[in-house]
Every structure is written in C-alpha cells, then in structure tokens.
Design a protein around this ligand. Structure first.
Ligand SMILES: *[C@@H]1O[C@H](CO)[C@@H](O)[C@H](O)[C@H]1NC(C)=O
Length: 332
C-alpha cells in the first residue's frame, strides 16, 4: 500500500507558530509515498523503461519474464523509467492505450504491485497530464505516476525526477515534435525549483540506499549518449549527496556504467519493447561495465549492507550482475 501525504504546509504552519521561520522554505517539498520493506527489512523491485506498445516488439515477452522474476524475488513494487506509452503518450485519460499497453500486458500475479512511474519525452508528446490523472488509478490501482516524487521505504529512498524539461533540444524550434508543457509555465523556474527540491530531499535523507530515477540517462553509450544538461545540472547534486544509483530509460538498451568521480552506478533499463539493435554511439566509454542492445529489464535487491542488480533478456536469462556493499556502521 502506498500512502501519499503532503506535509509541507503543516510544516510551514508549525514553523510560523514556533519560530517564525517560514521564509526559510522557498519551495514545496516533493510528494512522498511510504512503502514498507519486507518483514526482514529487505526490499526488491523491478525496473523497466520505454515499453507501451500494446504488446508488440517483445513487450509481452518481457512482461512474461518480469512476472517470473518478480515472483522469484518476491518484489515489492515496479519502477518505470518513462516513455510509458508510444508513440505519443496518452491522447487523454480515456485513451484505451492505458489498458492495452499496461493493464492487459503486465498480468502476472507478482506484478500486481504498485508501479511508480515518471514521464518520458514521448509521454510529453501526448497529454502529459492524462498520465498523472487519478482516473487512471481508478482503472488500474497499480498506477502511480507523478512528475517528481519520493518513495520512502526506510531502507532505501527513491527520488523520481522529471528530466524532460531539462533537455534543451525539446525547446528549440528545430525540434519536429510538439510537447505538452502546460504544467511548466516557466521552464527556468521549474528547473530551479526541481533541482532545489531534489537537493534538499537528498540532504535530509538518512536512508541506507539513495536511488535517483529519471527518464534520461546521465551517462550512456547508446543512441542518445550522455545527457549534457544532466551531467551539468543534476550529477553534481547526486555526487555531493551520496547517491548510490541513478536509474533511467530513454536509450532502448540495458547498460551499467560506473561514475569515475564517485561511487554512483548509472543503470539504464530502457528495453521494455522496441530495442535499437546495433545503435551504439559509445563516444565516451569511461566506466562502462555492461551494454546490451536487445530487450529486457532489471531487478534490484537491497538489504542494509548489500545491493544486487541484475539485467535479464527476453528469455529471462541473466546477462549481467552487479554487487555493491556497505559497511554496517555500529549503532551508538
Ligand atoms: C524479440 O527478441 C528476440 C530475442 O532477443 C529477437 O531475436 C527478436 O528480433 C525480437 N523481436 C523484435 C520484434 O524486436
């Protein structure tokens, strides 16, 4: 069960009453969802990106394998890295693509968990606000999609960041597509507030594992390559705040790259349906551990000391595993 709550206003009143410090808070806090860990304190989830094609391009095969792996790992939820519906997001909250590409595809019992999703650039090409609509949650209660938000599990805190507005290309007049920027009246203010909110939330977090999820890659050797805007604006915030993993989609592949300046691991899971075979830029191969240009998904298993990441292909075969561990600090 996910329980959303907004506490910024309450906090503000509290501060006015007690200290008169309300001015200190200049931006609203990101919406939070509390998600319990398993009884033994561990957590596991699947990560999928770039998927909604009414089952085509192996979407259904990937979904089937997710169901099997999801059951084996007893997953707590699923993370979607965006580009949820192709080609142009949802046309409205009544668009049947929602059921045809989501509800009727991810039918396995183990996948009947909360799905935490961000928007990708293709989602912004349609009615972006439709995907945020509470109506979708009535149609399929698993669906939880916001622009930016936090899932707190005690063991891990997951920060979902709306990366599309940061990418300059979508705002130039040479861009062929149109985007639904209705919710973003001033791009400059939106980005400034977003980065500040993420930074504050990361600073405040005492979670053992800090995970950031966005649609666009910070680092990628695939078709789109590195996202310079994120390297400049988002990465320094993650590096300064002990983030363990950055997870994204956008490039239709699976990959694992290690940051050379920090312990951050860059994990791309954007292979939920149409893959881009052989489409490899690979200009900057620094820190590259693994790259696969076919379809598949990723799993994450966490406990207080260890993290295990695995990538799977369309047959459910494990292609790559990565293990991270942390010293358990003695409690005082
Ligand atoms: C589905 O996956 C198989 C195995 O990776 C691949 O050979 C095939 O081309 C894929 N089909 C499509 C339509 O992408």
């Amino acid at each position: 069960m996910a329980i959303p709550y907004k506490n910024s206003r309450t906090l503000c009143f509290f501060l006015i009453l007690s200290f008169g410090l309300c001015l200190v808070i200049t931006s609203a806090e990101l919406e939070r969802f509390e998600h319990p860990t398993k009884e033994d304190g561990s957590l596991s989830f699947l990560v999928l990106g770039d998927w909604g094609r009414r089952g085509a391009f192996n979407q259904s095969q990937v979904a089937f394998q997710m169901g099997k792996v999801g059951e084996k790992l007893d997953i707590d939820f699923v993370v979607s890295t965006g580009d949820n519906f192709y080609d142009n997001g949802l046309a409205s909250e009544h668009d049947t693509a929602f059921e045809e590409s989501f509800t009727k595809i991810y039918t396995a019992k183990s996948l009947q968990k909360q799905w935490y999703s961000v928007l990708g650039n293709h989602d912004y090409r349609g009615d972006a606000e439709a995907q945020l609509s509470p109506l979708l949650r009535k149609i399929d209660s698993r669906w939880t999609c916001l622009r930016s938000f936090i899932v707190n599990t005690e063991l891990a805190e997951i920060f979902f960041v709306d990366t599309s507005p940061l990418v300059n290309k979508y705002f130039t007049n040479t861009e062929d597509h149109t985007y639904d920027w209705r919710g973003i009246t001033s791009r400059k203010d939106y980005i400034a507030t977003l980065l500040k909110d993420v930074e504050l939330a990361l600073k405040k977090s005492s979670a053992k594992w800090k995970i950031v999820v966005g649609h666009h890659a910070i680092r990628s050797v695939g078709h789109h390559g590195d996202t310079e805007e994120l390297i400049k604006q988002l990465l320094p915030i993650l590096q300064a705040n002990d983030v363990d993993f950055y997870m994204n989609g956008h490039d239709h592949c699976l990959e694992h790259i290690s940051d050379i300046e920090s312990p951050i691991q860059f994990l791309t899971s954007g292979a939920g349906s149409k893959a881009w075979r052989g489409d490899i830029k690979g200009l900057n191969k620094e820190g590259l551990n693994f790259f696969y240009d076919g379809q598949g998904f990723m799993s994450v298993q966490l406990n207080p000391t260890d993290a295990e990441i695995a990538f799977y292909d369309v047959f459910g075969k494990v292609l790559h595993r990565s293990h991270s561990s942390k010293q358990l600090h003695p409690s005082i």
